[in-house]
Design a protein around this ligand. Structure first.
Ligand SMILES: Cc1ncc(COP(=O)(O)O)c(C=O)c1O
Length: 417
């Protein structure tokens, strides 16, 4: 299905129902109703997620795994139950393939340090793309500096699409790892993952997918994709901050040494020798974010009831609506016009700096992100210091896009051409 095709979009009543699930959407800012269009940075949380965290603290709070008492057992069941829900949500074969992390960034660092570092030799190559978030660049730069490996970068076309011919050529005899975003936070581009993974696997190269942006907007099936690693953050999918997950094929995880040492990741410790726990706990040193995991489980339940396909069509409709209006504005340049896009529109205006636009929009109650979006190489690629980014979630409406457009009209008044 073309992601831009707004077919079978939910009716307004359904969307208004979803909105009412999010208490924060009733807030006002600067005396105006909040129009929250900064969802690529973080999403808002439905009442069910907030309630799940509160219920844990009110009724079950205890440390996991180590206690024989009832509260500890309840906390452990809830924590491990959420892991099973994550596995089901992304189509993992087994819950042992899900490692809790603080988020996408920590998951990628774990793979770079525990999987890649022991395998990389001087002159080996790690292949990323020019549209990566810093979180999928810097961990690879660090491991390259540690091992003498080289970082290679697949370029992007003017419209924000990866150059797959170059990607294929860059998958060379020294490539040991490919790391690619499922979708770009700065451009919205959705990458042809299945094809990219197949090309890499044909050369024996494992693939890590940065799913930070895709997770809340596209159904993910790691088994069908056959990716080796998939990283995502809870807060991007209506869940809490400080919790996320790494999916990794069991055989790969089994062969990886621990990354951090401490409690919970051991089987036995003496001063002479430590035996490590089995996967996934081998990678979860210390008391974990138990409430966060439970909140994430509740968030996945929430979106599962709505259905990501339904939400995706609604967001595609908002994107098409915003795109049409922005394209009609002569002083607006949209950065990233790939055919396959999430509901993210990044743009610059001829007469005003992104930060000024963001400030004026804020005064109108409209929250957007301005800046480099932790993707400075993308800004460099398009020759801009910063963009304004409006990013949609399932609770946004066309009326909110109109509020954005009204705000931009105000920007034009303040900064006339
Ligand atoms: C594409 C992408 N990758 C990685 C990250 C990092 O996610 P986190 O800060 O939750 O670890 C983000 C966050 O914006 C992102 O958009």
């Amino acid at each position: 299905m073309n992601l831009l095709e707004p077919v079978g979009i939910p009716d307004t009543e359904a969307v208004m129902g979803w909105r009412s699930d999010f208490p924060i959407l009733r807030e006002s800012v600067h005396g105006k109703p909040l129009v929250y269009l900064d969802n690529a940075a973080t999403t808002q949380k439905p009442a069910s997620v907030i309630a799940a965290e509160q219920a844990y603290y009110e009724h079950d709070n205890a440390n996991v795994h180590r206690g024989v008492h009832l509260l500890s057992q309840r906390a452990t069941d809830a924590y491990e139950g959420a892991r099973a829900r994550i596995a089901r949500f992304i189509g993992a074969a087994h819950e042992k393939e899900i490692v809790y992390t603080r988020g996408t960034t920590e998951a990628i660092n774990l793979v770079a340090q525990s999987y890649a570092r022991p395998r990389l030799q001087p002159g080996d190559e790690v292949l990323i793309t020019a549209m990566e978030h810093h979180s999928n660049i810097v961990p690879w730069q660090l491991v390259c500096a540690q091992t003498g490996a080289l970082l290679k970068v697949t370029p992007i076309d003017d419209d924000g699409t990866l150059d797959l011919d170059v990607y294929e050529r860059l998958l060379g005899p020294r490539t040991r790892m490919a790391a690619v975003s499922h979708a770009s936070n700065a451009l919205g581009t959705v990458n042809p993952l299945a094809q990219m993974i197949e090309l890499a696997h044909a050369r024996g190269v494992p693939v890590l997918v940065d799913g930070a942006q895709a997770i809340a907007h596209l159904p993910v099936d790691v088994a069908a994709l056959d990716c080796d690693f998939y990283a995502f953050s809870g807060h991007k999918i209506y869940g809490p901050t400080g919790i996320g997950a790494l999916y990794a094929k069991a055989a790969l995880l089994d062969a990886m040494p621990p990354w951090q040492g401490g409690g919970d990741m051991i089987r036995s410790v003496t001063f002479e020798k430590t035996e490590y726990n089995v996967i996934p706990w081998r990678f979860e040193a210390g008391t974990p974010n138990i409430a966060g995991a439970i909140g994430l489980g509740a968030a996945l339940d929430y979106v599962s009831v709505i259905g990501l396909e339904v939400a995706q069509r609604h967001e595609a409709d908002l994107l098409a609506y915003a795109n049409a209006a922005l394209r009609a504005m002569p002083n607006v340049r949209i950065i990233g016009m790939a055919k396959q896009k999430l509901g993210i529109v990044s743009f610059v205006m001829e007469n005003a700096h992104a930060h000024d636009i963001g400030t004026i929009l804020d005064q109108c109650g409209v929250a957007v992100r301005t800046g480099h979006h932790c993707a400075m190489p993308v800004m460099e690629r398009y020759g801009v210091p910063a963009t304004v980014r409006a990013s949609f979630a399932l609770y946004n409406t066309r009326a909110e896009v109109d509020a954005l457009l009204d705000g931009l009209a105000r920007v034009e008044e303040v900064f006339p051409l």
